[in-house]
Design a protein around this ligand. Structure first.
Ligand code: C5P
Length: 403
């Protein structure tokens, strides 16, 4: 989502500046163009050369240009006009105060004030001592900034450079990068709550063995991230995956289908939307052995009895105050036909059909949205891009049910 975006990265004078070097690298890796603007304080911590080298662009640090005349650039206007977004990381208490009150006494604060607010959204990642953060003056400034529609990333709670512990640490560069797409996403789920299942389940056979599947969790995690970027408060109920939790998403780890159902039932109250992406095992062994089954105690063939697992999606969809429910259908043949039949059987308004084996573990997916109104097929695309499109489509369908 950051590919091709031009981001002005404002860097102010706090010890967290060292993390901004990594931030530039990560933004560049995502395909963004980064123009760095430094305050005088920031330059005391790290030299502009570091950022010029990492960004591949000149670093801007002064409102007063060397050249004066008709052709001189007006940096504080031109820079922000060219940019898709502005991010200030780290943002000190002083710069927060300037933003809150419209003070413009250096290039960065002029850029904040002079930007076209519709075309160039602003996010700040505060970084300061816990007492400075908790100070009523900073909290008043924060309230003003939020009211002005500026995004606040963090701060985190933890040990600080000064040795004190509390809120005020800048959030990590990876977390900032994962929040930035919010600036380019329609807030179609603002104030909504979304519950998502993802990943495989694991059905125990005995204390050391079990049955699972190839689901990587990528699609469900991408949807959780996309829903969060669209303004939702997201709870992700996940089977075992190797994926990091998207920043800001509440994750609950489960193992079996029964655990996943119990977690969904515990968290479904107050949810607006439920998206079942998990590849839930269809069967579990009827009797889980208490001890490891020994080869010596069996013949060459081990026989196990299986019973069906509960259908989580159908159970949630048939609750009296059910959220708007969306399912996934991984099929190897007759994809649309089977998906439509599943949608009707589970009593849900929308099911997303895909080729099961082809998508497991892949970065890409090709899906069709199957509803009572018909079928909409999307092109093959990256799961993160697809997730944004699916979330916007789900939000639209959800809204139509609220009228
Ligand atoms: O019935 P089937 O497994 O083909 O349906 C797939 C959809 O139902 C997916 O959305 C999956 O997460 C959900 N499901 C479920 N509980 C099950 C089986 C599937 O929630 N036991």
């Amino acid at each position: 989502m950051l590919n091709g975006k031009h981001i002005i990265l404002g860097i102010t004078g706090g010890i967290a500046v060292y993390k901004s070097a990594e931030l530039v690298r990560l933004l560049k890796k995502q395909g963004a163009r980064v123009s760095v603007v430094m305050t005088e304080g920031a330059k005391k911590f790290v030299t502009p050369l570091t950022f010029a080298t990492l960004s591949g662009e000149p670093v801007y640090d002064s409102l007063w240009l060397n050249r004066v005349g008709a052709d001189s650039n007006i940096a504080h206007i031109n820079l922000s006009r060219e940019a898709d977004a502005m991010l200030i990381a780290p943002c000190t208490a002083n710069v927060m105060a300037k933003i809150a009150h419209g003070v413009s006494d250096d290039l960065l604060s002029n850029l904040v004030l002079a930007r076209d607010r519709g075309a160039c959204p602003l996010a700040i990642a505060p970084a300061m001592n816990v007492q400075m953060w908790d100070n009523p003056a900073t909290q008043r400034n924060l309230a003003h900034i939020i009211q002005d529609g500026i995004h606040i990333f963090g701060p985190a709670h933890g040990e600080q450079a000064c040795g004190e512990i509390g809120a005020g640490r800048m959030i990590e560069p990876t977390e900032i990068v994962s929040l930035l797409p919010k600036l380019f996403t329609s807030q179609s789920l603002a104030g909504k709550r979304v519950l998502i299942t993802a990943g495989p389940t694991f059905e125990a056979i005995d204390p050391v063995r079990g049955i699972t599947n190839h689901s990587s969790g990528k699609m469900g995690y991408a949807l959780a991230h996309a829903a969060q970027c669209a303004g939702a408060s997201v709870t992700l109920i996940s089977g075992k995956t190797a994926l990091p939790t998207p920043y800001g998403v509440t994750r609950i780890d489960v193992q079996s289908a029964d655990d996943m159902l119990a977690a969904c039932q515990n968290h479904v109250a107050g949810q607006d939307i439920f998206i079942a992406v998990a590849a839930v095992a269809d069967w579990k062994v009827a009797h889980v052995a208490n001890q490891k089954i020994k080869k010596a105690h069996t013949d060459d063939v081990l026989s196990l009895d299986f019973v069906q697992t509960p259908d989580i999606l159908a159970t949630i969809a048939n609750l009296p105050n059910a959220p708007y429910c969306v399912g996934f259908a991984a099929e190897s043949e007759h994809v649309i036909e089977y998906a439509q039949a599943k949608r009707i059987k589970k009593n849900i308004p929308l099911i997303i059909a895909n080729q099961g084996p082809a998508t497991f573990g892949s970065e890409y997916n090709q899906v069709s949205l199957v509803s009572a109104e018909g079928v909409k097929t999307l092109p093959n695309m990256r799961k993160d891009v697809l997730a944004q499109q699916l979330i916007q489509a789900i939000a639209e369908q959800f809204r139509s049910t609220q009228k």
